[in-house]
Design a protein around this ligand. Structure first.
Ligand code: SF4
Ligand code: SF4
Length: 206
């Protein structure tokens, strides 16, 4: 199980460029989803006239379902410069890989909760680390796409784009670099090192 918390509004505002299309996922809201906070934030953006459209749906972590839900909204999505997604890390990664030419922003942090985990087969994975890095890594999770869960860049051991730990998998950090290059965001790699706040591991016990 998981819970989500909205990132600080000011942080999200600093990441939004131009017009924005928002995607709100209710798939896991029975456990905890900051619904009121998210809706209030989206209303604020809409009042400023920068929202091209909003969709509230569920299970955006399922690629087929996501594509079906977004199909009729592509004009609004094309009109937007930023896609702001309020969901767990899997949902953001699914949107990011589907809309690979778009600037996709994670609106939430995802925390783990002990208990039953769904068994839906998914293309992406989230370790529910409580400090989501997707806004710095082009929508690819460094904890799950890298064998060593490195969060500050490549280990240097990749050969021909393959991970030195598992030669069957692409190096997660090479994927992150290529994706940032594609969306014109290589500048984020020049940001100061994002220290991991291990206190987030205990957040759910608050
Ligand atoms: S960085 Fe990865 S593990 Fe952490 S919340 Fe984001 S998707 Fe999940
Ligand atoms: S080769 Fe790439 S994916 Fe493998 S451990 Fe090193 S940085 Fe991570």
């Amino acid at each position: 199980m998981l819970i989500t918390e909205m990132k600080v509004g000011e942080t999200l505002r600093s990441l939004i460029q131009g017009k924005v299309f928002t995607i709100i996922c209710h798939g896991c809201r029975e456990v905890r989803f900051p619904e009121q906070e998210v809706n209030a934030f989206v209303r604020e953006l809409a009042a400023e006239g920068i929202v091209t459209g909003t969709i509230t749906t569920d299970y955006i972590c399922n690629p087929d379902f996501l594509q079906m839900r977004l199909k009729g909204r592509m004009a609004e999505i094309e009109d937007a410069d930023t896609i702001l997604v309020f969901s767990c890390g899997v949902g953001v990664q699914t949107v990011s890989s589907y809309l690979e030419d778009k600037r996709v922003i994670a609106g939430c942090d995802t925390y783990a909760l002990p208990g039953y985990q769904g068994v839906t087969p998914l293309e992406h994975d989230c370790d529910q680390c409580g400090q989501c890095y997707l806004n710095l890594t082009g929508g690819i999770c460094p904890l799950t796409a890298c064998s060593k869960s490195l969060i500050n860049g490549q280990c240097g051991g990749a050969k021909n784009g393959k991970c030195e730990v598992d030669s069957n998998m692409d190096c997660g950090w090479e994927r992150i670099y290529r994706r940032l290059e594609k969306i014109g965001r290589l500048d984020v790699l020049k940001c100061p090192v994002q220290l991991r706040n291990y206190a987030t591991d205990d957040e759910v016990s608050r």
